[in-house]
Ligand binder design. Structure first.
Ligand SMILES: C[C@](O)(CO)[C@H](O)COP(=O)(O)OP(=O)(O)OC[C@H]1O[C@@H](n2ccc(N)nc2=O)[C@H](O)[C@@H]1O
Ligand SMILES: Nc1ncnc2c1ncn2[C@@H]1O[C@H](COP(=O)(O)OP(=O)(O)OP(=O)(O)O)[C@@H](O)[C@H]1O
Length: 285
């Protein structure tokens, strides 16, 4: 991922995340779920470029298929920041989309976080990371971790974050050919919602589960199939509410070999797990 900065333009990375495990501990009265998860970033993602406008307007190019610009988390984040700070500036925003959408790897949330950081810098607002994370939370439960940019043990709805230092292995991430709605998974009566809260993270996160995985596999055979396919190679699991599944490897060579074998059947990518988001590297903080 490359990035560049001038006073009137800024190019920034927008990486994906994996949920290395995901426990659902309960449901709040507002319908949101209490959860425990570990987020790790991967060195693969989208790229966003921001060009300053003085008239307070926004453009996005290209638009995402099936997503009106007004519903795009990039534009929503830009408008939230503009309103919160009463800023009169705007931006032309370019998006290079590489991340599969609706795959549980947080592409939209990451785009929102990169937009908050990018415009904070371009407009010289001087908001703190904590202020940006607060604005981010109003856009989605996964936005704060992307704003903070550190691999984290998360609780609450995903916003109570404790940085963790994890091994940085290689992952194969496969995108089964189906769409899984996060809201639908969380609304499903069959979702297990009472996993006991962990007091302490175990050393080996593969001992833990993704509580959404069985439900999603039962409803979407393509997810089950991709997971079983990966399990022939390495420990594998679903991320978030799916549909993407990932397997862990010690080396890039092993991961590439697995992806090459998958190529006829699945779309996917190889990426390294990273504890610090590439976004942080390019910000003047
Ligand atoms: C499942 C995870 O991907 C784990 O990282 C996230 O918690 C989902 O985060 P997200 O996509 O940013 O979620 P949001 O956009 O805030 O919410 C999407 C939908 O998921 C449900 N939702 C989400 C997060 C959460 N802790 N409890 C929920 O019940 C809500 O019904 C909401 O309607
Ligand atoms: N910039 C964006 N990038 C991707 N999706 C977006 C964006 N803005 C809005 N969306 C909408 O959000 C939905 C979820 O997108 P996203 O790629 O973040 O899913 P996800 O990886 O499953 O996220 P999460 O794990 O946070 O639920 C998309 O299907 C799309 O309709």
């Amino acid at each position: 991922m490359t990035a560049q900065t001038t006073n009137t333009a800024l190019t920034l990375p927008s990486p994906a995340k994996l949920n290395l495990f995901l426990h659902i501990n309960g449901r709040r009265t507002d319908g949101y779920h209490e959860l425990q998860t570990v987020f790790q970033f991967v060195d693969y993602g989208d790229t966003l470029s921001f060009h300053l406008r003085s008239d307070g307007e926004f453009t996005l190019s290209p638009s995402l298929p099936g997503v009106a610009d007004a519903d795009n988390l990039i534009i929503k984040a830009a408008k939230k920041l503009q309103q919160a700070t009463e800023c009169t500036l705007g931006a032309d925003i370019k998006l290079e989309k590489r991340l599969p959408m609706g795959g549980g790897i947080g592409g939209g949330s990451s785009n929102a976080a990169t937009t908050l950081h990018g415009l904070n810098q371009l407009w010289q607002l001087g908001l703190s990371e904590a202020q940006l994370a607060d604005i981010g939370l109003s856009l989605g439960a996964d936005v704060p971790v992307f704003v903070r940019g550190k691999a984290a043990y998360a609780e609450g709805v995903g916003e109570k974050l404790r940085p963790v230092t994890l091994p940085e292995p290689w992952y194969v991430v496969l995108r089964p050919d189906c769409h899984v709605s996060t809201a639908e998974v969380f609304c499903d009566p069959a979702l297990p919602r009472n996993t006991k809260k962990l007091e302490k993270l175990p050393e080996d996160l593969w001992q833990l589960n993704n509580d959404c995985q069985k439900l999603v596999c039962d409803k979407h055979p393509a997810v089950e199939k991709a997971l079983q396919w990966l399990l022939e190679y390495a420990p594998a699991r679903m991320t978030g509410t799916g549909s993407c599944v990932f397997a862990q490897f010690d080396s890039q060579i092993q991961a590439n070999a697995c992806l090459a074998a998958a190529a006829d059947t699945y779309q996917g990518f190889v990426a390294q797990g990273i504890n610090s988001s590439p976004l942080l590297k390019y910000l003047n903080t």
